[in-house]
Design a protein around this ligand. Structure first.
Ligand code: BES
Ligand code: MN
Ligand code: ZN
Length: 503
């Protein structure tokens, strides 16, 4: 995708499609500037009541040769002026981009004139505009022999952001640059999650991480089973036992050799297929468990952004990757294993496998003396029950860090809601025969899952994000920039968090 920023007059752009926006019940912003050239056509459209300017509402006009040079004009509503948010900018941009792509067009020109979300500067608006556009145009059709876009080529190839103010151009360019890096990385994470599990194996995930690392200049190391044995990663190995696919422990390091930089470690659950193991899941909907590596995908994508954006930090990505399958060699309910920290674990339910692989990854994180560790995991069905598909759950052991993550979430538009992690919950995962057990039953499942993890994170500030509900578009999720399937949830949030660090 080619993205351009230029100065010029909206009415003078001889393009195939020009997008202008307006608020509800008032002709404002870029729509107003072209309306003057059109002699009031848009005003009449609104007065007639045919277009109200509600968020995502659209109208096409064909005023070619009547005062503006564009062949087609798409008016998109932003809703009420005082209610505009960054996320609505993403949505409206996504709605327009999809509409234009649906017409088979190759390019469009848009602008941010009149779009204001205080206190955010124009860079941030430009970033949101590009995120909405590129995220909404995402398609995962590589397994279809006939592509949807077959007749009209490859879909939209070029987006131009026009500014009537020359002094804004470099600011818009900066937002566009960041928006493109983050969106393309999010779409990369979506691809990894959307691939079926026979393709996206732990080995494939490791290869993808290695390839990406070569492209952007990151260190990448993959630990295989003998190295995991050496490190005594008994919890990760217990999950991998049932599968014929070898487990991989992916390590990505950005700025590894730079001294005097704070180190942030990102950990992502990389279960490439979760059948539940011997505690087998029901057949219905089990196919969705190919996305149980979405936390890992988000971490790999975030590392790609850290390098592409040249962030002044050390960032480490850890992704324990394995399948969770039943077989004659699989771990059985009641088995006791020892994690790399020395903690013994009673595995009461082999379907609570995410916390087991994270236990060894969170222990591995210690060697970096991190200033912060954030893990992302599709950890519990209970999280979906609690928060649905709208927000992920946040738990942690450090107030300051949690507030930093919350601030990043507010900017990125990826919502989170905090759940408590009181001592009482930690009591619930104490083991009868071993130090701890891997489940305390269904009640408060998201919290007891985090309580389990907290046993391995005592040495550093830590935040856990349970993304079970947000990693995949669920019932009722209808945002233009979240096409069906994997959402890439967490990439924007992590990148925003890393960019904010030290500010
Ligand atoms: N990967 C699942 C959680 C999940 C469920 C993610 C639905 C996305 C959508 C996880 O490994 C799991 O099976 N958790 C169990 C834990 C229980 C056995 C304590 C669950 O939530 O049922
Ligand atoms: Mn499971
Ligand atoms: Zn799982």
């Amino acid at each position: 995708m080619e993205l351009k920023v230029k100065t010029g007059k909206l009415k003078e752009e001889a393009v195939e499609a020009l997008v202008v926006s307006t608020y509800e019940k008032e002709l404002a912003g870029s729509a107003r500037t072209v309306d003057e050239a059109l002699g009031g056509t848009l005003n009449r459209l609104i007065e007639a009541g045919d277009f109200k300017g509600k968020l995502n509402e659209m109208a096409w006009l064909y005023p070619w040769g009547e005062g503006i040079a564009a062949k087609r004009l798409l008016v998109v509503g932003l809703g009420k002026r005082e209610e505009l948010t960054l996320d609505k900018v993403r949505e409206a941009a996504g709605t327009a981009a999809r509409e234009i792509s649906g017409k088979g067009l190759k390019s469009f020109t848009t602008s941010l004139y009149g779009v204001e979300v205080l206190p955010h500067p124009i860079e941030v608006l430009a970033q949101a505009l590009i995120e909405g556009s590129l995220l909404s145009l995402y398609k995962f059709d590589q397994y279809k022999s006939k592509k949807e876009n077959d007749e009209n080529g490859k879909g939209i190839e070029q987006i131009t952001v026009l500014s009537e103010e020359a002094k804004e151009v470099s600011k818009i360019e900066e937002g566009v640059r960041i928006g493109q890096i983050v969106s393309e990385a999010t779409n990369f994470a979506r691809d990894l999650s959307n691939h079926p599990a026979n393709i996206a194996t732990p080995t494939m995930l490791a290869e993808q991480a290695e390839k990406m690392a070569r492209e952007v200049g990151l260190n990448c190391r993959i630990l295989s089973k003998p190295e995991m044995e050496e490190l005594k990663m008994g919890a990760l190995l217990a999950v991998a036992r049932g599968s014929q696919e070898p487990p991989k422990f992916i390590i990505l390091e950005y700025n590894a050799d730079k001294k005097d930089l704070d180190t942030i470690v990102l950990v992502g659950k990389g279960v490439t297929f979760d059948s539940g193991g011997i505690s087998l899941k029901p057949a219905e909907g089990m196919d969705a468990m190919k996305m149980d590596m979405s936390g890992g995908a988000a971490v790999i994508a975030a590392l790609r952004c850290a390098a592409a954006l040249n962030l002044p930090l050390k960032v480490v990505g850890l992704v324990p990757a394995t399948e969770n399958l039943p077989s004659g060699s699989a771990t059985k309910p009641g088995d006791i294993v020892t994690a790399s920290s020395g903690t013994t674990i009673e595995i009461l339910n082999t379907d609570a496998e995410g916390r087991l692989i994270l236990a060894d990854a969170l222990t591995y994180a210690k060697r970096y003396s991190p200033r912060a560790v954030i893990d992302l995991a599709t950890l519990t069905g209970a999280c979906v029950v609690a928060l649905g598909y709208i927000a992920c759950a946040m738990l942690g052991n450090n107030r300051e860090l949690m507030e930093k993550v919350r601030a990043a979430s507010e900017l990125s538009g990826e919502r989170l809601w905090e759940l408590p992690l009181w001592e009482d919950y930690k009591e619930l995962i104490k083991g009868d025969l071993a130090d701890i057990k891997n489940t305390a039953g269904r009640e408060g499942g998201t919290i007891t899952g985090a309580a389990f993890l907290s046993r391995f994170t005592e040495d550093y500030p830590w935040v856990h994000l349970d993304i079970a509900g947000t990693a995949w578009t669920g019932k009722g999720v209808k945002k233009s920039y979240l096409p069906k399937g994997a959402t890439g949830f967490g990439v924007r949030l992590l990148v925003q968090f890393l960019r904010n660090w030290g500010k």
